[in-house]
Design a protein around this ligand. Structure first.
Ligand code: NAG
Ligand code: NAG
Ligand code: NAG
Length: 405
């Protein structure tokens, strides 16, 4: 069993702490925020992707060390705040790897993102768009606003501390109002915090973004429904032979912790970035043949496009997130849709039905809850936005109506 690497602080009495005084997993921190994020993630990935993570005492040890780093960030070194804040969100969002939000970690994550935004010089409204983007301010803003809103709502839902809930929600809304004054955001005419989406980074003013797209606007939706039987049979074959986990862990595994446990949200890839997954396609041969015939998926050069059989275990959820490498859309086809699973996208609440497709914009804030008792399975696809001609090898089928430019 691997040990949880220790945080090492080398400080001489009275001296000012510097980044290079602090070591984690054998690497010293620097003044570069993204390098620091890399050091923290590497250290946590090594623990998470080993059996160490299954042991609650190891997770607690890692958590305590992260809390120490949070203190150092707050009192001395704001250049660590972004990495530590992201780590709380990415690895400690869920209490005991279960479905519930760990409120303390979530609140620390809010605080650290706030700190990192200040550290990046956010209060300077005169920043040109170029400098604003180069400091990755847009991502920090959106992330912080999402966290304030979602953590505030979680406190309120838990009925734990309503003044804290109200303060967080207010902070999210205030930041949202402030954000709109920056030239990079002002043209988007967002009315509500849940209108935030990153597809709007790449389409011009006047283009209407929508969290949920009508199936009629996206030919892929009808095609998924027409082929439901084939996708369903291939999934059943994999399940009947108990091959799901084996195939999932043999293929491209999502390194990001979207759900409480490694296996609770498992997208078993059939095709990813234009390449078929050989092991999965050996079993799901007909599904793979179908998928590779769709240019929106198989001949699209947008980031992280593809299709997967996605399982969500009952009692678990997917944390709030938004895709931040636009453009892209997502379509789901319900394959096994037991009672109790639902998704929030922007202001909308959606649920799945077997054989029904659902098209949504995953660059909006979205999250999933499954309060039922059986595994839920979808065919999840990520594909070229129907108005994106830059990344598509084959032009979209019918863009006129929805892409007014
Ligand atoms: C509730 O939150 C406020 C603001 O963060 C804090 O000052 C107060 O101590 C909290 N109350 C309880 C009972 O935790
Ligand atoms: C899987 O098993 C179920 C029930 O045992 C059966 O109804 C179904 O036809 C099987 N599907 C396949 C593809 O083998
Ligand atoms: C499915 O099987 C056929 C016949 O063996 C083969 O030609 C085809 O390439 C396979 N498709 C995939 C996606 O592996």
């Amino acid at each position: 069993m691997r040990c949880v690497g220790r945080l090492l602080l080398i400080v001489s009495a009275g001296a000012q702490i510097q980044e290079s005084d602090i070591f984690l997993g054998g690497s010293a921190f620097t003044s570069n925020e993204s390098e620091n994020l890399g050091i923290i993630y590497k250290w946590l990935d090594d623990i998470m992707w080993s059996t160490s993570w299954d042991d609650a005492s190891h997770r607690l040890l890692a958590y305590q060390q992260l809390r120490q780093l949070a203190e150092v960030s707050t009192n001395h070194l704001p250049s660590l705040a972004f990495g530590v804040g992201q780590a709380f969100y990415s690895y400690f969002w869920f209490e005991e790897n279960g479905p519930r939000i760990q409120l303390e970690a979530a609140e620390l994550s809010v605080h650290l993102h706030d700190l990192s935004l200040k550290h990046s010089g956010r209060s300077d409204l005169s920043l040109g768009v170029g400098t604003f983007l180069s400091k990755v301010c847009h991502e920090r803003w959106l992330f912080l606003i999402m966290l304030c809103a979602e953590v505030g709502a979680a406190f309120a839902k838990r009925r734990q501390n309503l003044s804290k809930a109200a303060a967080l929600l207010q902070r999210g809304n205030d930041l949202f109002e402030e954000l709109q004054q920056y030239p990079f955001f002002s043209f988007r005419k967002w009315e509500n915090l849940y209108d935030i989406n990153t597809n709007s980074h790449v389409f011009p003013e006047g283009f209407r973004q929508r969290p949920v797209w009508p199936n009629s606007a996206v030919p892929l939706a009808g095609w998924l429904e027409e082929n439901y039987q084939t996708f369903r049979e291939d999934l059943d074959l994999i399940l009947n032979r108990s091959l799901f986990d084996t195939l999932y862990f043999m293929g491209h595994v999502s390194m990001t912790q979207f759900s409480g446990r490694r296996e609770s949200w498992a997208p078993l890839n059939l095709i990813h970035n234009r390449e078929l997954a050989p092991h999965a396609c050996e079993v799901a041969n007909r599904s793979c043949d179908l998928l590779r015939s769709r240019p929106e998926i198989a001949r699209c050069h947008a980031k992280d496009v593809g299709a997967a059989f996605a399982r969500l275990q009952p009692g678990m959820g997917i944390k709030p997130h938004l895709w931040n490498a636009p453009p892209r859309l997502a379509a789901h086809l319900g394959l096994r849709t037991p009672h109790g699973a639902s998704m929030a996208v922007g202001e909308h609440h959606l649920s799945w039905d077997e054989g029904q497709a659902l098209v949504f914009d995953d660059t909006y804030i979205h999250s999933v809850n499954h309060e039922g008792t059986d595994d839920r399975y979808l065919l999840v696809t990520w594909f070229c936005h129907p108005c994106d001609t830059l990344h598509a090898e084959v032009p979209p089928e019918d863009p006129e109506h929805f892409c007014p430019f």
